[in-house]
Design a binder for this molecule. Structure first.
Ligand SMILES: [Zn+2]
Length: 459
């Protein structure tokens, strides 16, 4: 849909951000600098604080910053979740400056992107870990994992509530296939940074997301947690696809093929066909962020591993930016595909939390607080059903093309007792039922014993 030659950038070689690493104070200055340069299309906000009290800042781009416009999708980037994996942090600062400058230059592709999309950019989810990693770097202390964790020593990408065990159970035995409920005591089980992110992704109706890491070069898509038990003596774990596997593969490929070299497959001594991998088939991990996004919210998230060297030399940052720039933009544009629309009642009242089901894909999405919904889909013909408690379900057939998202609105009729005798709609309520005690997740007891490739360590 954005058919503009990818080389036609006006600010071609990067920007005034300059290609250097940014400590916390520097990063904050940069975010406000971009905001001051583009005040009408940006907003800086904080979603909470780290263990050491540093803000978790987000820079938002939109033609109406701070406002959700119905039918305009929300998308996010999260960088530097592992404090020592720093390229994503710098790329997101570059991207921020780039969006601002190109918008001011009236680059039509970027103007359209900003006008049609609400973009949230969080350069650092782990500012405390970053400071540790940066200080070690300055003293030339090498250590592969120095600064990875937060200030309490916790790996934030192993810190989200484990919902996979529930979904694997439900897939076999029936039960909700989306918006799985959090454990009652979830806040006491997670770190401040994780809690802030969970509250953030619950309060916006995000549709698409990427989480930027380092230590490999590959686009990694859910699930991250393996369904199969590992066979003793074998390092590889089983490919564990989501019901949206083909869509996730496409999203990952969009990034890898728009990236300078990710798609070539051979990087950092590893080979990944097309530069993509199912997370679990690479190495299984529990309590990761991307699986959580998919299982608890409407958001489809992938994890981007962007550099062999977790803390690249300053001299490499420009090349990395040029290698990632087009991919970062194209990925954002992917939020404009599939179907979207409003769910209303007969009096045109917006219906929040209506469930949108697609025949053949066992993963529903819901309408947001404004009654609008977004369902990413590959091109094809689908049977789509909207349901809401107290209303008759409505089913339509939709053909989705490769470009613009198809607008599919629903106007639901209140069900009358005669017209709608007690019926069970499969996969309807997302309040969900709770898993019986006996199948409490095993992984909750098990710490992360599963690590691939111990010689190199986790990405
Ligand atoms: Zn990482």
């Amino acid at each position: 849909m954005f058919g503009i030659n990818r080389r036609e950038w006006k600010t071609n070689q990067g920007s005034e951000v300059t290609f250097r690493h940014h400590r916390y104070d520097d990063l904050v200055r940069m975010l406000y600098k971009v905001h001051n340069e583009c005040p009408h299309i940006t907003r800086v906000y904080s979603i909470g604080r780290s263990v050491k009290g540093r803000h978790l800042y987000v820079l938002e781009f939109s033609d109406y910053p701070g406002i959700h416009e119905p039918l305009e999708p929300e998308v996010k980037y999260v960088g530097n979740m592992h404090g020592n994996e720093v390229l994503g942090r710098e790329l997101l600062l570059q991207l921020s400056e780039f969006l601002c400058e190109e918008f001011r230059n009236r680059n039509q592709r970027i103007v359209r992107l900003v006008e049609d999309t609400r973009i949230h950019i969080m350069p650092s989810m782990n500012p405390d870990g970053y400071e540790v990693a940066a200080a070690a770097q300055e003293r030339d202390i090498s250590g592969y994992l120095v600064g990875r964790n937060n200030a309490n020593g916790v790996d934030l990408n192993r810190n989200f509530p484990d919902l996979n065990t529930y979904i694997y159970y439900n897939e076999k035995n029936g039960g909700p296939n989306h918006h799985l409920p959090l454990p009652d005591n979830w806040k006491s089980q997670v770190e401040p940074e994780t809690q802030a992110v969970i509250q953030w992704i619950r309060s916006f109706n995000f549709v698409l997301s990427a989480n930027l890491h380092g230590g490999a070069v590959v686009a990694n898509y859910p699930y991250d947690k393996s369904l199969g038990h590992r066979v003793r003596g074998f390092r590889r774990t089983a490919n564990t696809p989501t019901p949206d596997d083909k869509l996730f593969q496409k999203l990952a490929k969009i990034y890898s093929y728009a990236h300078g070299w990710m798609h070539q497959g051979w990087n950092c001594g590893d080979y990944f066909p097309d530069g993509i991998t199912n997370g679990a088939s690479w190495y299984s991990l529990s309590k990761g962020m991307q699986d959580f996004n998919y299982l608890h919210t409407n958001c489809f998230e992938i994890t981007l591993e962007l550099s062999c060297d977790k803390f690249p030399l300053q001299g490499e940052l420009q090349r990395e930016w040029l290698g990632n720039r087009e991919a970062l933009i194209q990925f954002l544009e992917q939020v404009h595909q599939g179907i979207k629309g409003m769910v209303r009642d007969e009096n045109y009242n917006n219906l929040a939390d209506a469930v949108i089901s697609v025949g053949g894909i066992n993963h529903d999405v819901t309408s947001g607080a404004h009654g609008d919904y977004f369902r990413l889909l590959l091109p094809g013909t689908y049977t789509v059903t909207a349901t809401a408690p107290g209303f008759d379900p409505e089913t339509v057939s939709v053909t989705v093309g490769p470009a613009e998202p198809k607008l599919v609105n629903f106007q639901l009729k209140r069900s009358t007792p005669q017209a709608a005798p007690k019926r069970r709609i499969p996969n309807s309520g997302h309040r969900g039922r709770v898993l019986p005690k006996k199948v409490q997740p095993r992984a909750a007891r098990k710490k992360e014993t599963m690590m691939k490739q111990p010689q190199r360590g986790p990405a």
